[in-house]
Design a protein around this ligand. Structure first.
Ligand code: CA
Length: 587
């Protein structure tokens, strides 16, 4: 077999070669799917060359539709690395260096010339300060997303005037009176689910029910409470070991934001004229705004974060709420449209105030440019949710496709990023999971099972756990069901058990994901989660089909969790029957 050179790819100082921690560098190589037979990393210290040269076999860690991915871990004693790849396939052997290919059949080491190390790839120095190091707690967390207007009404005295009945089906303008007191009052409920972190959509003063059009970033919306209520909420959550992350809408403000009002009144003479991207004065809103806005929404003018005054103001807002209320991080709204320079300043300011704060970006596409350690700890992993819908809700994709998609997604980012990617299956911006599943509960249960047994920081959307449904927003923002008679209690218990399962297993939280590509077929998905140090391994089987399937496992494997308790049947040594529409975890 010859090696397809055109498919071989490696880029230093990217998700292909990065510091995993202060001692370890991960080096990855991409080749054509199924090629070559072996990859070896040749590596050493360029100042101690060639005496330091070492060969480390690379692990074949997965395939997607087009490529095979290889990875090696090295702990260079002097934190420096020069390296090349050796690819072996039958009779052909190649060296791959930064300068290209050469036959390895003829040379013991690549490039025989005088300036040999110049041809090698280089990881010049592992400076610990540069290591992308997301907060430790986020790796173990299970989040719960709350849309405060719809979660619970704990303080009717603060209700908006036109408040509607709690059990209404909301439209875009509906208010039902949810508030921060309602969250404080229901922290026991959240704690009993096993949740360890809350993500609240915006809570600052705004005329809308969603509050993504901020009037005043330094004031809690009076319908939601006040500064004291927020402090009480965070403090009461912390007492339960629950962190609180708020929503930073810094891409754009609301129509009523005082600086924008000043620009509306004073035009080009306003001292805030440069806080926005105004194309032409006077300001027009029809047919489209004469200034940059979120989409073309006139009431959401885009903030000019290129202006140092705006940056100072917004970083001040971010640090203010850490100082005042001790919140544990920020989720940045429309983060993909905010300039990188501001995001870097914001991260620095937030981490100076609270080093373990979690900084999360709303991104829907490949987020590599934001995940280099200088901007976000993690992003909302919508690509994961789409893979789950296609495999389990719509069945547009089979198990092989799902394994390949997740493998490709995993190799976009360094491993420590994958460990904290914010995986979600419902949100205030998407139809609820049950709706995606066409109301079929067994599909929804399997989707949650996959979410809680794959890498990332999982987030549940309020009410999914009791069987709430709803289509695109505003329908996905229905008021929380508090009438326990109306709950799906079986689903509620199932979600609690899944969260407990994850908390109990380091492998399910932090283990490396690998697919058993030989066993993944059609409706049957098989993957493993393995932790290095403790050596814990879990094998997960999912059968989305209507008939049972069989699974081969190493002997001694025992089920530790079944979506249908007791239904996984041992057929013989290492051979198991996985029932229709079910999932099992084996230890
Ligand atoms: Ca209220």
């Amino acid at each position: 077999m010859t090696i397809t050179r055109a498919a071989v790819h490696h880029r230093p100082k990217s998700a292909d070669a990065y510091a995993y921690d202060e001692a370890t560098i991960h080096v990855r190589l991409r080749t054509k799917r199924g090629e070559p037979e072996r990859c070896t990393l040749l590596h050493g210290d360029k100042y101690d060359w060639p005496a330091s040269l070492t060969r480390t076999p690379m692990e074949r860690v997965g395939d997607d539709e087009r490529f095979t991915y290889w990875q090696a871990e090295v702990d260079p004693p002097n934190r420096r690395l020069c390296y090349a790849f050796r690819l072996d396939s039958g009779e052909e052997a190649l060296w791959f260096t930064e300068w290209g290919f050469e036959s390895a059949n003829e040379t013991e080491l690549p490039t025989a010339g005088a300036e040999r190390t110049l041809h090698y790839f280089e990881y010049p120095f592992l400076n610990p300060i540069d290591v992308h190091d997301p907060p430790e707690w986020a790796r173990d967390a299970v989040f719960y997303q709350i849309f405060p207007e719809r979660f619970a009404n704990g303080d009717p005295s603060r209700d908006p005037e036109d408040v509607e009945e709690w059990d209404t089906i909301p439209d875009r303008e509906t208010f039902v009176g949810g508030d921060l007191r309602g969250i404080v009052d229901n922290l026991d409920y959240v704690e009993e689910l096993g949740v360890t972190a809350l993500y609240l959509t915006p809570v600052f003063e705004s005329p809308s029910n969603h509050k993504y059009d901020t009037t005043d970033y330094l004031r809690i919306d009076p319908h939601f409470g006040d500064e004291e209520t927020l402090c009480e909420l965070v403090s009461a959550a912390h007492d339960r070991g629950i962190r609180v992350v708020l929503d930073a809408v810094f891409n754009h403000c609301g129509w009523e934001f005082a600086p924008f009002q000043d620009v509306l009144e004073e035009g080009a003479d306003s001292e805030y004229a440069d806080w926005f991207h105004v194309h032409e004065f006077p300001i027009e809103t029809e047919p489209r705004p004469s200034y940059d806005a979120f989409a073309f929404v006139p009431g959401m003018p885009k903030l000019n974060t290129g202006n140092p005054e705006v940056r100072e103001y917004l970083t001040g807002v971010a640090t203010h709420w850490i100082e005042v209320a001790d919140i544990d991080g920020w989720r940045l709204d429309v983060a993909n449209e905010v300039d990188h320079r501001f995001l870097r300043e914001l991260r620095r300011a937030v981490k100076e105030r609270k080093p373990e704060a979690y900084v999360l970006g709303e991104l829907w596409h490949d987020a590599s440019a934001w995940l280099r350690g200088d901007q976000f700890d993690a992003v909302m992993d919508y690509p994961f949710s789409y893979a789950v819908y296609e495999f389990l809700a719509t069945e547009e994709m089979d198990a092989t496709g799902f394994a390949e998609r997740l493998t490709a997604l995993r190799f976009r980012y360094p491993e420590q990023v994958t460990e904290v990617l914010f995986t979600l299956l419902s949100s205030h911006d998407t139809p609820r999971l049950l709706h995606r599943c066409g109301g079929e509960l067994d599909r929804m249960r399997l989707a949650l099972f996959v979410q809680l047994t794959t890498p990332g920081t999982p987030c549940l959307y309020y009410g999914d756990e009791v069987g709430m449904t709803g289509g695109d927003d505003p329908d996905c923002r229905r008021p929380m069901v508090w009438d326990r008679e109306a709950w799906n209690r079986e689903l509620h218990r199932f979600v609690r058990e899944l969260i407990a399962l994850r908390h109990d297993s380091p492998a399910l939280r932090l283990g490396r994901l690998s697919f058993d590509s030989g066993a993944c077929r059609g409706d049957r998905l098989i993957y493993r989660r393995t932790t290095g140090e403790e050596g814990e391994t879990r094998t997960i089987g999912v059968n989305r089909g209507d008939v049972p399937t069989e699974v081969d496992l190493p002997s001694g494997a025992e089920p530790t969790f079944e979506t249908d308790p007791g239904a996984t049947e041992r057929l013989g040594e290492g051979r198991w029957r996985l029932p229709a529409r079910s999932g099992t975890v084996w230890r």
